[in-house]
Design a protein around this ligand. Structure first.
Ligand code: ZN
Length: 91
């Protein structure tokens, strides 16, 4: 297919295999990525309703005690959730 003139715009990405030698002293690119993901997953925020991971661009602040039940807008009564989870799902 790649040799067909109509598909000359296609490119084949070469996957560069890197040695997985655990005795190497320098981190290769894959190992660096693995370490970055390992470290950041420890500290990533989770939705307090469904416990799913939350992206920083998709956060909603939820009343732990609902306003209908007298919950106030103070720091101790707030929690981060997904916007969807804060739309009545828990009620
Ligand atoms: Zn959620």
């Amino acid at each position: 297919m790649l040799s067909t003139p109509n598909f000359q715009y296609l490119t084949v990405r070469k996957i560069i295999s890197q040695p997985t030698d655990s005795s190497a002293q320098d981190f290769n690119t894959n190992r660096k990525s693995e370490i970055y993901i390992k470290e950041t997953l420890k500290n990533i925020p989770r939705c307090k309703i469904c416990n799913g991971l939350i992206h920083r661009n998709s956060i909603s602040i939820d009343h732990i005690q609902r306003k209908e039940d007298g919950g106030l807008a103070n720091v101790d009564n707030g929690q981060i959730t997904h916007p969807y989870c804060n739309t009545g799902y828990k009620n």
